[in-house]
Design a protein around this ligand. Sequence first.
Ligand SMILES: *Cc1c(COP(=O)(O)O)cnc(C)c1O
Length: 298
Amino acid sequence: MFSFDFHSPIEALNFPLFSDKRLTLHIKRDDLIHPFISGNKWRKLKYILQEAAAQQKTRLVTFGGAWSNHLLATACAGAKFGFNTTAFVRGEEVSNANLSLCKLFGMELRFVDRTAYKDKQALFHQNFGSDKQAYFIDEGGYSREGAKGCGDILDELSHAYSHIFCAAGTGTTLAGIAEALAAKKSAIQLHGVPVLTGGAFIRNRIAELSTDSVANTCVLHTDYHFGGYAKTKPELTDFIKYFCTQTGILIEPVYTGKLCYAVFDLAKDNYFANGDNILIIHTGGLVGLLGMEKSLHL
Ligand SMILES: *Cc1c(COP(=O)(O)O)cnc(C)c1O
């Protein structure tokens, strides 16, 4: 029902670092799925919107920071598929390019302080508890429906990869892929690169959305957070400039920059075996780049 019938392409990346070690590297361009309902945010929303429609809901209510890719995706998807949208935005009232786009797509924004923001269920019940039309969507699309949509990515792979790498914020994308790999008894090794400090918690989030045994199949590389969410270091920004210049593919410092940095760093450290075939999932999120413009020191 809520389909664009769009399969994102897979491109080969040619870097001597990989070819010299007899590794092949590909990238799945989920950033090309849609300019605003980008990457994994579309995959997550697909079944969430189906569920909302099945329950005859007409308003999507969700949560995020001022630069959240999920807010923008929900705003645009709401406009495209006929839902009203409301977002609780963390922190004091601000304006930026991301929120302006959300408003253009008709999203109602309600700024809430950080303490109130912590209890999303309470916010929903206080404000929409008596509204039968309202549908709760957790921050970042964290949900079983969201994970299921991300698992569908495997149906679009024609190749037997040795490794799949994906950035992790809430772990929903990893959970979906891990679950789908387990269901197919696939030999592909899944890797996650948490973008927050203390990224080991991602394993618990994956387990919440699937099972402990599925969560244990995923390798987490927790040392590539660069100081925390949306934090950068010169090594990261230099790498992002190098990667964008070499490929014509944009990556950004919050998610995909850290992801690609990790894959390159692991290759340098001879983490992979001769002949390994590596797939990076480009989860999109390029509007967020505008919020990080200054920290790129261009
Ligand atoms: C939201 C987002 C992620 C995080 O995905 P999770 O499923 O929350 O782990 C990764 N990459 C980009 C570009 C995102 O916008």
